[in-house]
Ligand binder design. Structure first.
Ligand code: PEP
Ligand code: MN
Length: 283
């Protein structure tokens, strides 16, 4: 660690090391550069009917990638822990049936192989951002990785974890800002949009925003998803549930497919901003 916390110690993830933006490829979808991707789906896979229903609706509204957790890192051991292996199978079937790539979290090193088989993007969750042995194992799969920022991690620590993945020879890393813990308690976390602009300035890696975990409140998801665009995010990841009140996890931060549709329509207008011309770099 350098004495000056404003110095970047990461090398492979830095702009100095690589000038051009890294593009992460998932089927024919490119994440990074000038693109903006919408990832949507339920917090957790609850059953096949639920997942397929939500997937069809978000796809119709323009989401390109489906999300859904099979293994859920819940704060309480009494809360729904996810369907596990069964959830993974449901995810793979839905993905093939609907024709949407999927992202799902792996929590345990013993599950890495099967998650790599079923998922197009492997999510490393906030609680595992410092779990370097899990991270290296996931890097070895060569699959695209969605790396969430740790709940209490600095931007530098977060990019350093990406550096571990790059060092293992996997360049397919997407950073995901999902809010950090602060003294503020009106929102579940404090969504750090300055981190997004910062990442764009110092790194070539794509960065997306998760306004669902970032705010914890469904009515803040749409404003913060839109705010992600002008600060330079390469996409958003949003929790959507057809019946948030009945969701087995994170219902209070899930928006309905109807609200997601409105958000996607509003985002189309934002894209007229032509931000490709804007300067994101320090120079
Ligand atoms: C999730 O996206 O399902 C999740 C658990 O997020 P986080 O790791 O950011 O809490
Ligand atoms: Mn969730």
């Amino acid at each position: 660690m350098s004495q000056n916390s404003f110095n970047n110690d990461f090398i492979l993830a830095s702009r100095e090391h690589k000038k051009e933006d890294t593009l992460v490829r998932v089927d024919d979808i490119l994440i990074g550069g000038d693109s903006f991707v919408a990832i949507a789906g339920p917090c957790a896979v609850e059953n096949e009917e639920q997942l397929v229903r939500i997937a069809e609706m978000v796809k119709r509204s323009g989401a390109q990638i489906l999300r859904g957790g099979a293994y859920k890192p819940r704060t309480s051991p009494y809360a729904f822990q996810g369907l596990g292996d069964q959830g993974l199978k449901i995810l793979k079937n839905a993905s093939e049936m609907i024709g949407m790539p999927v992202v799902t979290e792996v929590m345990d090193i013993r599950d890495v192989e099967k998650v790599a088989y079923c998922a197009d993007i492997i999510q490393l969750g906030s609680r595992n951002m410092h779990n370097y042995s899990l991270i290296k194992e996931v890097a070895h799969t060569k699959k695209p990785i969605l790396l969430k920022r740790g709940l209490c991690a600095t931007i530098e620590e977060w990019i350093m974890t990406a550096e571990y993945i790059l060092q293992e020879g996997n360049e397919q890393v997407i950073l995901c800002e999902r809010g950090i813990r602060t003294f503020e308690n009106s929102t579940r976390n404090t969504l750090d949009l300055s981190a997004v602009a910062y990442v764009r300035a110092v790194s070539h890696l794509p960065v997306i925003v998760d306004p669902s975990h970032g705010t914890g409140r469904w009515y803040l998801v749409s404003p913060l998803a839109k705010a992600a665009y002008p600060v330079g995010a390469h996409g958003v990841m949003i929790e959507v549930h057809h019946s948030p009140k009945e969701a087995l996890s994170d219902g209070e931060q899930s928006i309905t497919p109807e609200k997601f549709h409105i958000l996607m329509e509003e985002m189309k207008e934002l894209k007229n901003l032509n931000r490709a011309k804007w300067n994101w770099h320090k120079a």
